[in-house]
Design a protein around this ligand. Structure first.
Ligand SMILES: Nc1ncnc2c1ncn2[C@@H]1O[C@H](COP(=O)(O)OP(=O)(O)OP(=O)(O)O)[C@@H](O)[C@H]1O
Ligand SMILES: [Mg+2]
Length: 454
C-alpha cells in the first residue's frame, strides 16, 4: 500500500475520489434525486480530474524532472540538463538549473585542464617529487623520482613511505620535517643505472589554512655534476700546491746547503746553482701553464684570429723542437700540404703543435721517429703528430687531457712534465671549436690528431 501511495499521481486520484465521496455524502443530505446527484458528482469528478492533470503536467512533472537533474549533478554528471517546454516560474527554475549545470561543467573542464597542466609541470620538473600526507602515506611521485628510484607510481602511491623507500636518509628527512615542521635538507648517494649519483633531498612541511601540518613534500635534486666540480676544484688546488711544493722545497734545500758553507767549494756551488736554475725554470713553466689555462677559461677570453698559413707556422715551430729531438737522436720530419691556411689564433695553434711535438719527443726513446703531418679538407685542417714511442694504455686515454694527469708520474716528472700540456691543447682546440683525438698502443707509439675548422 505504502509503495502505491508514494506515487504522487495515484495518491492524487485517490484524494479526488475521497473528495467526490465526501461532497456526494453532503449533497445526498440535500436531495433524493439520485440521477441529478450522480450527474453532478460525475461532472465534478471530471472537472477536478482535468484540473489535477493540468497541475500535474505543469508543476509536478517539471519539478520531478528538475529533481532528477539535480540528482545527476550531485553525482558529478555535469552534462545533465532539463528539457521541458513549460512557462512561468517552473520554466525559470528549469532555466536556472540548466545555467547552474553549464557553469558547473565549465568549472569541471577548467579544473581538469589545470590538473593536467599541474601534472605536466610536476612530471617534467628536473627534480624528483614525493607528496606525503600527515600520516606518512605517499600520494604522488613524479617521473623524475621514478627514474631515480625505479618501479612505477603504483609501487609507491598509497603506501607508507618507510614501507616502499629503503633509504635511511629519506626516512630521517621525513621524520625531521614532521618533527620540526620546517624545511630539512640532507644528501646521500644512490646507484642509478650503474652510475653513482649524489642526491640532495629537501623535505618541506605542508600546512592547512589553520596552520596545522597536513603532510610534506620531498624534493630530490641530482647534484652529481656539482659534486664533481667541487671534487675537481679540490683536486686542482691540491695538485697545484703539490706541484709547486716540489721545486720550491728543492730550491730551498740547495740554497740552505750552500749558505751553510757548501758555497765555498766552487764545484758544488756550480752544481747546486744549476739545480736551482733548473728547478726555477720548471717553476716558471708551471706557473706560465697555469696562467695560460686560467686565461683560456675566462669568459671574456677572445681569440686573436688571423689568416694563418700552416707552412709558415711549421717553419717557426720546427727549430724550437729540433734541438731536443737531436739530443735524443730522434728523427723529426714534417709534411705539410701546400698552401693550407685557416682563420685561427696563431700563437695558440703554435702552442698546440709545440705541446704535441714536445710530448712525442719526451715519450719516445732514443733513435725513434716523430712525424708532423698537416692536411686539409674543404672546411677543416688536420694536424697529426705521430711517434714510435712508449705508447699509452687504453684505460689512460680518456684521462690524458685532465689537468695534472700523467700516465707514469715518475717517468713524466723526469722529463720535467707537470701534466698540463695536453689540458692546454684541449682548451685551445675547444675555443677554436675543433676536436682532438688519440690513437695509441703501449710500446707501439701514439698518434694525436687535431681538427680545426677553417
Ligand atoms: N706522445 C705520447 N706518448 C706517450 N705518452 C704520452 C704522449 N703524450 C702524452 N703522454 C702521456 O700523457 C701525459 C699527459 O701529457 P701532458 O702533455 O698533459 O703532460 P706532461 O707532458 O706530463 O707535462 P707538461 O705539462 O710539461 O706537458 C704525460 O704525462 C704522458 O704520460
Ligand atoms: Mg707534455
Amino acid at each position: 500500500m505504502k509503495v502505491i501511495f508514494s506515487r504522487p499521481l495515484f495518491a492524487y486520484i485517490m484524494g479526488l475520489l475521497i473528495l467526490v465521496f465526501v461532497s456526494g455524502a453532503i449533497l445526498s443530505q440535500l436531495t433524493n434525486e439520485y440521477i441529478i446527484l450522480g450527474s453532478i458528482l460525475t461532472v465534478e469528478y471530471i472537472i477536478l480530474l482535468l484540473i489535477m492533470l493540468h497541475v500535474y503536467d505543469k508543476y509536478m512533472k517539471p519539478i520531478k524532472k528538475a529533481s532528477n537533474t539535480i540528482d545527476e549533478l550531485v553525482k558529478g554528471n555535469y552534462r545533465a540538463r532539463i528539457h521541458h517546454t513549460s512557462s512561468g516560474s517552473v520554466a525559470e527554475l528549469s532555466n536556472k538549473i540548466n545555467i547552474l549545470a553549464r557553469n558547473l561543467s565549465e568549472f569541471a573542464i577548467q579544473e581538469q585542464m589545470q590538473e593536467k597542466q599541474l601534472s605536466t609541470v610536476i612530471d617534467n620538473t628536473q627534480s624528483g617529487l614525493v607528496l606525503l600526507d600527515e600520516k606518512g602515506y605517499i600520494h604522488l611521485v613524479n617521473r623524475k623520482f621514478i627514474s631515480m628510484f625505479g618501479g612505477v607510481p603504483h609501487d609507491y602511491n598509497g603506501f607508507l613511505y618507510y614501507e616502499v623507500l629503503d633509504n635511511e636518509k629519506i626516512h630521517q628527512t621525513v621524520q625531521q620535517t614532521f618533527l620540526y615542521e620546517k624545511n630539512v635538507k640532507e644528501s646521500f648517494t644512490q646507484i642509478i643505472e650503474v652510475d653513482k649519483k649524489y642526491i640532495e633531498i629537501v623535505g618541506a612541511p605542508i600546512f592547512n589554512e589553520r596552520n596545522m601540518l597536513k603532510g610534506a613534500v620531498l624534493v630530490l635534486y641530482d647534484i652529481t655534476h656539482l659534486k664533481k666540480l667541487e671534487l675537481m676544484r679540490k683536486d686542482f688546488v691540491a695538485n697545484v700546491s703539490h706541484e709547486l711544493k716540489t721545486p720550491i722545497t728543492s730550491i730551498k734545500g740547495f740554497a740552505e746547503t750552500l749558505l751553510d758553507g757548501a758555497m765555498n767549494d766552487s764545484e758544488t756551488l756550480k752544481n747546486f746553482l744549476t739545480i736551482i736554475n733548473d728547478e726555477s725554470t720548471r717553476l716558471q713553466g708551471l706557473i706560465e701553464d697555469l696562467l695560460t689555462l686560467s686565461r683560456l677559461e675566462k669568459d671574456e677570453f677572445k681569440l686573436v684570429r688571423s689568416t694563418l698559413n700552416m707552412n709558415d707556422l711549421v717553419d717557426e715551430v720546427l727549430p724550437i723542437i729540433r734541438q731536443s729531438a737531436e739530443q735524443k737522436g730522434i728523427s723529426l720530419t714534417a709534411e705539410v700540404g701546400e698552401s693550407i691556411s685557416l682563420q685561427a689564433d696563431k700563437e695558440r695553434v703554435k702552442q698546440v703543435v709545440i705541446n704535441l711535438l714536445t710530448n712525442a719527443i719526451s715519450y719516445t726513446s732514443e733513435d725513434g721517429e716523430v712525424k708532423l703531418t698537416v692536411t686539409d679538407t674543404e672546411d677543416e685542417v688536420q694536424i697529426q703528430v705521430s711517434d714510435t714511442g712508449i705508447g699509452i694504455d687504453q684505460e689512460a686515454i680518456p684521462r690524458l687531457f685532465e689537468r695534472f694527469y700523467r700516465v707514469d708520474k715518475a717517468r713524466s716528472r723526469n722529463t720535467g712534465g707537470t701534466g698540463l700540456g695536453l689540458a692546454i691543447v684541449k682548451h685551445i682546440v675547444e675555443v677554436h671549436e675543433g676536436k682532438v683525438s688519440v690513437d695509441s698502443e703501449p710500446n707501439n707509439g701514439s698518434t694525436f690528431r687535431v681538427y680545426l675548422p677553417k
